[in-house]
Design a protein around this ligand. Structure first.
Ligand code: PEP
Length: 250
């Protein structure tokens, strides 16, 4: 089963609109014509507005880093699916570990956000992953199974067709520590197994599961050569156009 890889950038809370414009000026030239993989860049909310016209007509799609599950309402500081769609956003990261860790995101809110994104026609990138204590306690399988099961709760295979999952071991995010391809493959197999239980084997065989956690130009080739790894979600190394282009071209 061959799955087209997705190389996605998570810029987190970095880059002003001007810096985003400069990034695209350089990055689009570097990846021009690259159609082996799908490329997605997820800027902060304020940089979306310059990133979308900058990437228009190119091989780079633009995603948001979060979304609220309600259509509209008294939710100060939040952004809805229709607001993202209105400006041309196509993808959205849901349940990133930093949101779980610092902003109270739970398996239940991940599920609500996933359902809202799919309903609206946004392509969700749902993040799951264990913290170091859970890995050391031998709980990685349980955590991944629970996070996936609860994210997929009451979502139909038909609705979930565009779903992308990112396995991001929390101990590898921004730390310079990377899971070995075998560790990632084992984790991806657990997530794929849960997807098979929730959505059926055919769906699971086609599901793209990205690896995230200190992916860099130097380790991208090795990681991307593992057949269970269907791409990468890249934080720090995606901020520099040359570095992210090198990852895209692994
Ligand atoms: C991320 O933010 O999703 C991530 C994987 O960060 P980094 O690549 O910096 O570890």
């Amino acid at each position: 089963m061959s799955r087209k890889k997705v190389l996605a950038a998570n810029w987190k809370m970095y880059k002003t609109p001007d810096q985003a414009r400069h990034f695209f000026h350089d990055f689009l030239t570097l990846v021009h014509g690259h159609d082996r993989d799908e490329i997605v860049v997820c800027p902060n909310y304020l940089a979306l507005d310059v990133s979308i016209p900058a990437a228009k007509g190119s091989n780079v799609a633009i995603g948001a880093q979060n979304v609220h599950w309600e259509k509209e309402g008294a939710f100060t500081g939040e952004i809805s699916t229709s607001m993202l769609l209105a400006i041309g956003v196509t993808h959205v990261i849901i349940g990133h570990s930093e949101r779980r860790q610092y902003f109270g995101e739970t398996d239940d809110t991940v599920n609500l956000k996933l359902k809202a994104a799919l309903e609206a026609g946004l392509i969700p990138i749902v993040c799951v992953g264990e913290v170091l204590e859970e890995r050391e306690a031998g709980l990685t399988d349980d955590v991944l199974r629970r996070q996936s099961l609860r994210a997929f709760h009451k979502v139909s295979a038909k609705k979930a067709a565009s779903l992308i999952v990112a396995y991001e071991p929390v101990w590898a995010i921004g730390t310079g520590k990377t899971a070995t391809p075998q560790m990632a493959a084992d984790a991806h197999a657990i997530i794929r197994g849960q997807a098979a239980e929730s959505f059926g084997q055919e769906f699971a065989d086609q599901l793209r599961i990205l690896y995230g956690g200190s992916v860099k130009p130097e380790n991208a080739h090795t990681l991307m050569s593992e057949k269970e790894i269907d791409g990468a979600l890249v934080g720090g190394a995606s901020l520099d156009p040359k570095s992210f282009a090198a990852i895209v071209k692994y």
